[in-house]
Write a protein that binds this ligand. Structure first.
Ligand code: UDH
Ligand code: MN
Length: 364
């Protein structure tokens, strides 16, 4: 009798164990398919993204019928309409690393920079894939014959800007011909051409091609007040050279830029235009904002003075007259010819003919 009872109990226990095993197996199968389905969804998203980007990029106007030379367009962020809306990017990007090691001794090739930045789309465009950026930024670089500096700039800046989680495009504003250089007029032309390319930029950052930030906490975006980024450059012993310095790298929102009537067009050659811009900002009731000097540190690639960019002897008198000149000289009076727009993998080149300085009135 006791044996029979023991046998029945044992049988029940065995059945229960078997049932548990079966249940366990079913749960494992369900979980397995769930993970598999997620993988499938991920890869199908990835595939649709790369195939969408295999299309030729819509090109900006090419006045002289030029083709974008070099390798084919690069992939970049492109969200299909079926995807969930992205969460807004965090105010302070989580992936910043702080102080950076910047050096210009090892040679840099464009092939290497391209290879190391596959996320950048044709024309030097990027948007964070995982969050909705707070601003859309056009970065404008006044340029002529500084290809070796540009390679370093792109090498360092693309990864920094990606970590900073902004949507951005890089525009090289290349001065056509060999007449006297005019940094501020080039930047005015760049402002209009960037907006012709994409009409919804919120923010414009104006950077010399030879200046690389040494800290990625120096966020390339626009602020409540016009921003001066290059606070502590190595060539000025990491100090602001004077309180009203606004040179090197600066940033204005679209409305801040328009409020000051853009930049002056009449500073030919080196110097003064940045002080004129500083005056415009103050005269229009705004105040320059800056990062802490421990964060706003920069290295400038060492170079000699360029040809056709001699110091402008008129700059000292001109900066005394900003109040009188800013209303007539600026983005409202800008004249130039667009020569060529070319989308390269890591930047958009915009070549403009901005003319030459007016002849000096004869003395006597
Ligand atoms: N730029 C060019 N090409 C030129 C001139 C200027 O691309 O021919 C652009 C470039 O973005 C450059 C910016 O304009 O970074 C400002 O010009 P700059 O770098 O010549 O100005 P900076 O104040 O130099 O750095 C002054 C000359 C220093 C000579 C020192 C010799 N030891
Ligand atoms: Mn320089």
């Amino acid at each position: 009798m006791t044996r029979l009872l023991l046998g029945v109990t044992l049988e029940r226990v065995c059945k229960a164990v078997l049932l548990l095993c079966l249940l366990h197996f079913v749960i494992i199968v369900i979980l397995y398919f769930d993970v598999y389905a997620q993988h499938l969804a991920f890869f199908s998203r990835f595939n649709s993204r790369s195939s969408a980007l295999a299309q030729p990029s819509p090109n900006a106007s090419r006045p002289h019928g030029t083709e974008a030379p070099g390798p084919s367009p690069q992939p970049g962020a492109n969200h299909s309409s079926t995807q969930q809306p992205l969460p807004p990017c965090q105010e302070v990007p989580p992936g910043l690393v702080g102080r950076l090691l910047i050096e210009f001794s090892s040679p840099m090739s464009m092939e290497r920079v391209q290879r190391e930045n596959p996320e950048v789309r044709a024309g030097g465009k990027y948007a964070p894939p995982d969050c909705q950026p707070r601003q859309k930024v056009a970065i404008l670089i006044p340029f002529r014959h500084r290809e070796h500096h540009l390679r370093y700039w792109l090498h360092y800046l693309h990864p920094i800007l990606r970590r900073q989680k902004v949507a951005y495009s890089i525009y090289i504003i290349n001065q056509y011909g060999e007449d006297t250089f005019n940094r501020a007029k080039l930047l005015n032309a760049g402002f209009l051409e960037a907006l012709r390319d994409e009409a919804d930029y919120d923010c414009f950052i104006f950077s010399d091609v030879d200046l690389v930030p040494m800290d990625d906490r120096n966020l390339y975006r626009c602020y409540e007040q016009p921003r001066h980024f290059a606070v502590a450059m190595d060539k000025f012993s990491f100090r602001l050279p004077y309180a009203g310095y606004f040179g090197g790298v600066s940033g204005l929102s679209r409305s801040q830029f328009l409020k000051i009537n853009g930049f002056p067009n009449e500073y030919w050659g080196w110097g003064g235009e940045d002080d004129d811009i500083f005056n415009r900002i103050s005269l229009n009731g705004m105040k320059v904002s800056r990062p802490d000097s421990r964060i706003g540190r920069y290295r400038m690639i060492k170079h000699e003075r360029d040809k056709h960019n001699e110091p402008n002897p008129q700059r000292f008198t001109k900066i005394q007259n900003t109040k009188a000149t800013m209303k007539r000289d600026g983005i409202s009076s800008l004249q130039y010819q667009l020569v060529e727009v070319t989308r390269w993998p890591l930047y958009t080149n915009i070549t403009v003919d901005i003319g030459k300085p007016p002849p000096r009135p004869a003395r006597g």
